[in-house]
Ligand binder design. Structure first.
Ligand code: 5CA
Ligand code: ZN
Length: 429
């Protein structure tokens, strides 16, 4: 699939790796240093299911991983970044049926809108942007490998054909990503697309790998018979085939820790014979509206495209979202947006000055904050403070402007103030 265009990223001077980069890892429950083993960092972030426009929850999650990409790049790493698009799945078919629309057109339209939103927000694009439909053969091949490894089994489908399920008991490390008690696993599995009560399964938590073709639904031919893939195997196959073993970070919102990332990791363990699937599992908190998680299924959405169309500046929106720590669950309110807008205006004034307090010291402090589990609120506060105090470093405003662009993805147009003109002279022309 086509990705989206990359905004230019200024290269900053100075030591970017004075302190190690640490992130919170769900699987260990603690801070973990993420240090790519070679010159290239490898990142997989779960992409959208394109049945509705990009809402602020999506935007917050992709901004969190954009911050990680920017920090890695600042440290001199190239980033091999893979993101999928779940362009065939039940919610997409349900939405298309509800609207009497062609599911392929819904997916295309919403993916295009997502690309436009990401471009406007200056989110750096993945190096591989991969749809489930275009990856159908490799996903089916991965399911075949799981069957051959004895970790998957067939269950007769209601109207003929055979579905394929993964046996969680076959994966030695199953449970060690999200580390949840059994009853919680069952509840979340049922809430998030699983089918614990399906008859014929060996274990209620066994997830679907391949759904045999159902009448009236799209299907693809494969060695497993016509059908379409389950959700977790989609991401495992797409990630492994592009990033290889043990990518540095597996990312997504916290709603994906279980079952999605747990299951993908279990599939990968069997498919590759190695563990762990990823060096760190990094999860962004949920953005809510009116006390509930913002979600397409609940319909309580604030869309990025609507805010931008209403004249909200992308930089202000980014600052509004980066104003909270990526791991915190939070509410979207008018106040959050206003704070981002006020900050954007204050920063514009700050970088438009002729001089400011030490640019290099401020950049070093921003880098230290971001290395500490991508602490954007702390990094933002450092820039706030720089804007609030006078200084005599004439290089500081340009350096701060670049640092804000490189590390936070916020491009600020400097305001050129000419000397105040006398109203009398003005009117005499
Ligand atoms: N296609 C799958 C992942 S393979 C999926 O979860 N798609 S999604 O469209 O539902 O979500 C896309 C990304 O946004 C996921 O990483 C998800 O965790 C994140 N996300 C969804 N809702 C929110 C929210 N309210 N706040 C923060 N992140 C969210
Ligand atoms: Zn995924």
């Amino acid at each position: 699939m086509q990705s989206w265009p990359a905004a230019a990223v200024p290269v900053l001077g100075g030591a970017a790796d004075e302190v190690p980069l640490r992130v919170h890892d769900t699987a260990t429950g603690g801070r973990l240093e993420v240090r790519p083993s070679g010159p290239t960092a490898r990142l997989y972030v779960c992409g959208i299911t394109p049945y509705d426009a990009t809402h602020l929850g999506h935007a917050a999650t992709y901004l969190a991983f954009d911050t990680l990409v920017r920090v890695w790049r600042d440290r001199g790493f190239a980033v091999d970044y893979v993101q999928n698009v779940t362009d065939i799945d039940d919610p997409l078919l349900e939405r298309a049926a509800r609207d009497g629309a062609d599911w392929t057109l819904v997916a295309q339209r919403e993916t295009e809108l997502f690309r436009a939103d990401m471009t406007a927000l200056r989110v750096l694009p993945p190096t591989h942007y991969v749809g489930a439909v275009e990856a159908m053969d490799e996903i089916a091949a991965f399911v075949v490998a799981l069957l051959e490894a004895g970790a998957a089994y067939r269950v007769t489908a209601p109207a003929g054909g055979e579905d394929v399920y993964f046996s969680v008991d076959a994966a030695p490390h199953f449970g060690s990503v999200a580390r949840l008690p059994g009853d919680m696993m069952l509840t979340l599995f049922a809430e998030r697309g699983g089918d614990p009560e399906r008859t014929g399964k060996k274990h209620p938590l066994d997830p679907l790998l391949w759904l045999a073709a159902r009448s009236g639904e799209p299907s693809w031919s494969s060695p497993l018979g016509p059908g379409r893939p389950g959700w977790h195997v989609e991401c495992a196959a797409i990630a492994l085939n592009r990033l290889g073993l043990r990518h540095d970070v597996q990312g997504g919102g916290s709603d994906l820790a279980f079952p999605h990332h747990e299951m993908s990791a279990a599939h990968a363990e069997i498919g590759t014979g190695t563990w762990p699937y990823a060096g760190a599992y990094v999860h962004a908190g949920m953005v809510g509206l009116d006390g509930e998680k913002m979600s397409k299924s609940r319909g309580n959405l604030v869309f990025v495209s609507r805010l931008l169309a209403a004249g909200v500046e992308a930089g202000a929106l980014r600052l509004a979202l980066l104003g909270a720590h990526y791991r915190s669950d939070r509410e979207w309110t008018d106040r959050v947006l206003e704070t981002g807008q006020q900050r954007f205006a204050a920063w514009r004034d700050g970088v438009s000055r002729a001089a400011g307090a030490s640019g290099t010291a401020t950049l070093a402090a921003m880098r230290r904050a971001l290395a500490d589990d991508l602490d954007t609120p702390a990094a933002l506060a450092i820039v706030d403070q720089w804007c609030a105090v006078p200084g005599d470093d004439p290089a500081a405003p340009a350096l701060l402007r670049d640092a804000i662009d490189t590390l936070m993805g916020v491009s600020i147009e400097v305001v050129h103030r000419s000397a105040p003109t006398s109203p009398l002279r003005g009117s005499a022309v």
